[in-house]
Design a protein around this ligand. Structure first.
Ligand code: APR
Length: 235
């Protein structure tokens, strides 16, 4: 068993890269193809909702066709075998769920969920969405959007995440570039609370210097190996 009392794991797009989902800031990433201001802000949705729906319809279709990789599966096993492990993901895909993760927080929401701007109703959504889509709760059209957090909006569950960071004695960051706050600030909060901090990533992130330990390589190699050591009480 791990010799840590409470573990918080932050994940980003790099965790799903080897499942076939694009990251955002790598050379051929999503933001090299789309301007985030057009497709991931409330202003962009206001200006051209059809473009935003097309963007998320394309991503929903991509998510539907992929499977969790060895890194997702190792994290799922850790969360089942170590009760005080919580995964906080920035990802809006459902690969952690597919890997049987016990305690999971989607701080940026989920592409496979809908939100009605008219009545705030939320629910599962796997198909395409458009401005003509009618909300099954209030019956109105024109207000349906993916239940994802856009730039300028408040990420979800921040109070819970703050408490988890204060209480953890191990913080692991996996597959994230450390570009976007508040997630990029979690390592400092955990370190201030006395936690050991580890970065598992393909390459050093923006916040690399803030971590006490780092192991670089593809997630499907470094994550299962680290989880094995953690469960054996050797990490
Ligand atoms: N294994 C491990 N890490 C990888 C792999 C891999 N196979 N491939 C890429 N990475 C790393 C990259 O080196 C990079 O550091 O994953 C990170 C991906 O960074 P980003 O593309 O910036 O994605 P992320 O950090 O999740 O972005 C954060 O920004 O655009 C917003 O809302 C969006 O949640 C997203 C947030």
């Amino acid at each position: 068993m791990p010799h840590y009392r409470s573990i918080v794991i932050l994940t980003g797009a790099g965790l799903s890269a080897e499942s076939g989902l694009s990251t955002f800031r790598d050379a051929n990433g999503i933001w090299a193809k789309y301007d985030w201001r057009d497709v991931a802000t409330p202003q962009g949705f206001e200006k051209n909702p059809a473009l935003v729906h097309e963007f998320y319809n394309m991503r929903r279709r991509a998510h539907a066709g992929v499977k969790p990789n060895a890194a997702h599966l190792a994290l799922g096993r850790l969360s089942r075998e170590h009760e005080a492990t919580t995964i906080v993901t920035q990802n809006v895909d459902c690969l952690h769920e597919a890997a049987g993760t016990a305690r999971l927080i989607h701080m940026h929401g989920e592409a496979m969920k809908s939100l009605c701007a008219h009545c705030n109703a939320r629910g599962p959504w796997i198909g395409d969405m458009s401005v003509a889509t009618v909300c099954s709760a209030c019956g109105k059209a024109g207000g349906m959007r993916p239940d994802v957090v856009w730039f300028g909006e408040m990420p979800y569950h921040m109070e819970t995440i703050g408490k988890l960071l204060l209480a953890c004695d191990l913080f692991i960051s996996i597959g994230t570039s450390g570009h976007v706050y508040p997630a990029a600030g979690f390592v400092a909060a955990a370190a201030d609370a006395g936690a050991h901090t580890v970065e598992l990533n393909l390459e050093p992130s923006q916040g690399a210097s803030l971590f006490a330990e780092a192991i670089y390589g593809p997630a499907t190699e470094v994550v299962p190996a680290y989880v094995e050591r953690l469960l054996a009480g050797e990490a």
